[in-house]
Every structure is written in C-alpha cells, then in structure tokens.
Design a protein around this ligand. Structure first.
Ligand SMILES: NC(=O)c1ccc[n+]([C@@H]2O[C@H](COP(=O)([O-])OP(=O)(O)OC[C@H]3O[C@@H](n4cnc5c(N)ncnc54)[C@H](OP(=O)(O)O)[C@@H]3O)[C@@H](O)[C@H]2O)c1
Length: 223
C-alpha cells in the first residue's frame, strides 16, 4: 500500500454527458480559460502528476503549472514528477517537448520496457514491476517523498484508482458541451462497478463561472 500520508486527487473536465474527449480523441481542451487556471492551480499544489500512457502520449506536453496563470503559487524548489503508467512505453510519442527541466519524467511499467531508450529519447527514468498497477505506482511516488499526487486521467486510470480505493478527492469541471458517441472516453471507464458497489461521493464545493460548474468531491470510504 502507498504511504498513509499520501493525498491523491484527480482533475477532469467533462462534457455534460460525462465525456472527456471525442470519439476521434482529438487533441482538444473542453474547458474555458478558468478551467485552465484551476488545472494549473491544482498542478501547483502537487508533488507529482500521474497519468495513463494514452493521456500522456496524446497530449505530448510536460505536465507542469504555468506561473503566468497562477502567479500566487510559490516557485518550485525541484521539478514536478510526471509519472506515466504504461504497458507500451512512450517511445512512439512525439518527443519534441522532452526532456524538460521543469519535470522529472518517470515511466512506470512492466519488465519489457526499454529503460535505455526512454532515457536517451525522453530523458526519462523507467521503473519496472512484474505486475504494474496503480497501487504500485503510488508506492513509487510515496517512496520518493511525494505527499500530494494529482491524477490527470484518463478514465482508465481513474477507474483503477476508484476500484482500489486510492482516490481521496475528485475535482471535476462540468463544461457546457455535448460530445456524444458511445466510444468516446469518459471520466471513469474500465469495466464499470456493480450496482451494489458504486463509489459514493460527498460534495465538498460547487462554484459556477458563467456556464461552467466547478465541482469538488470527497470519495467516501477511500482507503
Ligand atoms: N478532459 C480531460 O480532463 C481529460 C483528461 C485526461 C485525458 N483525457 C482524454 O482521455 C483519453 C485517454 O483516456 P483513457 O482512459 O483512454 O486512457 P488513460 O487512462 O490515460 O490511459 C490508459 C493507459 O494507461 C496505461 N495503463 C493503465 N493501466 C495500466 C497498468 N495497470 N499497467 C500499465 N499500464 C497501464 C496503458 O497505457 P499504454 O497505452 O501506454 O500501454 C493504458 O492504455 C484521451 O483522449 C485524453 O485526451 C481528457
């Protein structure tokens, strides 16, 4: 299990039908400028940002706050960890934006990952496990001294964290858009939960800015 002191929170922007991207998985932001500001504020509060390989590969940018958007955030004393849980590895992604001195890139996956190639092409350290999963990924981050881990999706990773009872809070921006499409990714994918065991949330905060709703939930019974 990860260290008890670890606080794990997710941030996702969804359409009103719960989608986080289109069926074509375009490279698009669903939220407004305010959603972007909130995203950067939540990043600024994290020691590490954890994502699934699909999200990281498609976005292709270092995950770090932009101080121009959150001038109130104290400057970092060390790079923020970008941790990517992946089976395939990241050697097939657009690598033009890496390495980046603002982030320490950790690639977390199985024994088949090529550590030397990730170091050479992305400046990334590879950590391997015979059966990589979210519990192990969080243990790695806790062992590196992280206290606050922001999960920026996608739906596959968030489903696994909920299933494992390892997500403490969910920040969700409900955007005034309809995406549709049965195969469009949603905020929580995976196999789904049985009706008798749906994760239950407690609303901690609700803020409206124009047509967007900023929701913050605690996950009941986490850990
Ligand atoms: N609107 C938003 O706020 C938001 C936020 C994030 C993402 N998105 C969108 O969501 C989509 C991605 O979501 P997603 O659910 O498809 O993917 P995801 O959760 O980002 O990533 C799934 C991937 O994570 C890796 N993975 C998951 N479990 C693993 C395990 N136990 N061991 C090793 N690797 C594991 C695999 O990566 P590999 O494929 O690398 O092997 C898997 O394909 C994209 O379209 C993205 O743009 C939207």
């Amino acid at each position: 299990m990860p260290a008890p002191g670890l606080f794990v929170y997710s941030n996702t922007a969804t359409s009103i039908d719960g989608k986080i991207n289109t069926v074509a998985q375009d490279r698009l932001a669903l939220g407004s400028h305010e959603d972007k500001r909130v995203m950067h504020l939540l990043r600024a509060q994290a020691d590490a940002i954890l994502v699934g390989g699909n999200t990281f590969r498609r976005w292709g940018l270092p995950l770090v706050e932009d101080p121009r958007l959150v001038p109130e955030a104290p400057p970092r004393r060390r790079p923020v960890i970008n941790a990517v849980l992946t089976r395939r590895g990241l050697l097939d992604m657009d690598r033009r934006r890496f390495p980046d001195p603002r982030v320490e890139l950790l690639v977390l996956g199985g024994p088949q990952l090529d550590a030397a190639a990730h170091q050479r092409d992305l400046g990334a350290a590879v950590l391997r496990h015979d059966a990589p999963d979210v519990t192990w990924a969080l243990s790695v981050l806790a062992a590196r001294g992280c206290r606050r881990v922001l999960v920026e999706g996608g739906g596959d990773l968030i489903a696994q964290l909920l299933e494992a009872g390892l997500l403490d809070e969910i920040f969700l921006t409900l955007c005034p858009l309809v995406v549709g499409g049965v195969r469009a990714p949603t905020a929580v994918d995976g196999p789904g939960f049985p009706g008798a065991a749906l994760p239950r949330l407690k609303l901690l905060d609700l803020r409206r800015v124009e047509d967007e709703l900023f929701l913050r939930y605690a996950v009941a019974g986490s850990r």
